[in-house]
Write a protein that binds this ligand. Structure first.
Ligand code: ZN
Length: 284
């Protein structure tokens, strides 16, 4: 058996590389699913966020099935985070199925999000041992440690969308997460625009947490470069990964993101599903 293994390694040396950890200490592999859905892989941890949905995204079934069935690269995920329960971030049935198939998986979400899923899937509450409920007030934060990963949840106002003078998103609690994977500090904004950051600053005077990689909604950069200035001068990220780019005008958005690199070079935009980039984080 040993001889066979040695022969296999000699013939397929890349197989040996695959046996080792794919991500080194000090690196973060960011894999795009769609919208704000990402798989994040560090040396010892895997985190999924906003990854199970079907609304507004065609041909995602193969990926979401791979997640639910624990197929690589989605095997051995430690925690699954949900920023909010809009349909382009969350399919309740998929979340219910995923958690029920993986009893060791922890689910981090706000109370409204858990209640919403439970309203659609009556037996979801039976999985409550897997829940870590973090429900911050708007412009406040709460924290917990889940599976050895420190998670801080910020209540940052969901971006507004007005119809008949009413903000259609006014009752939606958006949670932005800050979590640490092997010493790398990652921020995921959920659906916010700059007014959410300004609102947070008005309550808290300044942002105090270190951010290595900020996954930020495209809405934060929509108007002009002043938006980028506000983001960078508030959050001080080492890298920015732009997410939730509107698919209907992707070329225009892509050109705009390219332009932003003149101000902040370390901006990453993963255009295609399952496209990934490994980021090296210095000074952690
Ligand atoms: Zn939303």
């Amino acid at each position: 058996m040993r001889i066979v293994l040695i022969i296999i390694i000699l013939i397929f040396p890349q197989g040996l590389i695959r046996l080792r950890a794919q991500v080194s200490q000090g690196e973060l592999k960011v894999t795009c699913i769609s919208n704000s859905g990402f798989l994040l892989t560090s040396h010892n941890h895997k985190v999924l966020i906003d990854a199970l949905f079907s609304y507004g995204a065609t041909s995602l079934k193969e990926i979401t099935t791979g997640i639910v069935e624990d197929k690589p690269p989605f095997d051995s995920v430690n925690i699954f985070l949900l920023s909010h329960y809009h349909a382009d971030h969350c399919d309740p049935q998929m979340v219910n199925l995923y958690l029920s198939k993986h009893p060791d998986l922890s689910f981090v979400a706000s109370k409204p999000a858990i209640s919403f899923i439970n309203g659609v899937c009556y037996d979801f509450i039976l999985l409550k041992k897997q829940f870590c409920e973090l429900t911050p007030e708007v412009n406040r934060s709460v924290a917990a440690t889940v599976k050895g990963i420190t998670v801080k949840a910020f209540g940052l106002k969901h971006n507004a969308y007005y119809r008949n003078g009413i903000d259609m998103n006014e009752s939606m609690l958006n949670v932005s997460f800050l979590f640490e994977m092997d010493g790398i500090s990652i921020f995921h904004s959920g659906d916010i625009k700059t007014d959410a950051l300004q609102g947070y600053l008005a309550y808290n005077s300044k942002w105090t947490d270190r951010i290595d990689v900020a996954l930020l909604c495209y809405g934060l950069f929509e108007s002009d470069e002043k938006d980028l200035d506000l983001v960078v001068s508030t959050l001080h990220p080492k890298y920015i990964v732009v997410m939730h780019v509107p698919s209907e005008n992707i070329k225009t958005c892509e050109a705009k993101i390219e332009n932003l690199k003149n101000t902040f070079p370390d901006i990453v935009f993963l255009k295609n599903r399952m496209e990934s980039r490994t980021l090296t984080i210095k000074d952690i």
